[in-house]
Design a protein. Structure first.
Length: 219
């Protein structure tokens, strides 16, 4: 499974003696992971869906972080290939601009005639529905965003996954460099900080060309 634990172990092996000298703790690894996930979410959507009965209170699964939309269970769900069908004559730059303008909420709403109003209570982790539009008690699909700790690079394309791992490790480099810089036996932490910051800047500049289209659904 391509998750925090697996890449943490790879990073420890990659840095070897430096980590043995000034080890990073679990909180620092998790902080770097969450920062990397947050940057991915600026360019693409990683979420899941579950089926339930439309009622006044719907409990979000443990891995849920936010709710995107509620649609009829009869909705036909598919991953749309935006690179085909009517856009083949566009240049690469025009196509990428078009793809980045497509958002998941627009795709889902275009599939549904329901107009269900709801709010997500982050304290109780429940979806509070206050307008059923005549569909209370019917079966529906609830689309939701995954929490950072449930994020896996398996959700991404290989190119996107490589970007994420490089970004995650660059964040860790800056954290490790800060600790090394303060250590009496190692004064070379600044170079690691500089390398990490440079990598982060470069990756942010290339992100728009890496995350071209949204991941519509991970179920």
């Amino acid at each position: 499974m391509s998750n925090l634990e697996s890449y943490t172990e790879e990073y420890k092996v990659l840095k070897g003696g430096e980590l043995l000298l000034v080890p990073l703790n679990d909180k620092e690894f998790k902080t770097a992971w969450n920062i990397a996930v947050r940057n991915v979410r600026e360019h693409t959507y990683i979420g899941s869906v579950f089926t339930t009965t439309l009622s006044s209170s719907i409990t979000l699964p443990e891995d849920g972080d936010d709710v995107l939309d509620i649609v009829p269970a009869s909705t036909e769900v598919s991953i749309t290939d935006y690179g085909t069908g009517g856009v083949t004559d566009l240049t690469t730059d025009q196509l990428e601009t078009l793809l980045r303008a497509i958002y998941l909420d627009e795709d889902i709403r275009s599939m549904s005639s329901w107009v269900v109003d709801f709010e997500f209570n982050r304290v109780s982790k429940e979806v509070e529905v206050y307008n059923f539009a005549g569909h209370e008690g019917e079966t529906c699909l609830v689309y939701y965003q995954l929490k950072s700790e449930y994020f896996q690079t398996d959700f991404l394309s290989q190119k996107e996954s490589n970007w994420f791992i490089d970004f995650f490790y660059a964040i860790l480099d800056t954290i490790l460099g800060s600790k090394l810089r303060r250590h009496p036996e190692n004064v070379d932490g600044q170079s690691l900080i500089d390398e990490g910051k440079e990598t982060i800047t470069e990756l942010k500049e290339t992100a728009m060309g890496v995350f071209i289209k949204p991941v519509l659904l991970i179920s």
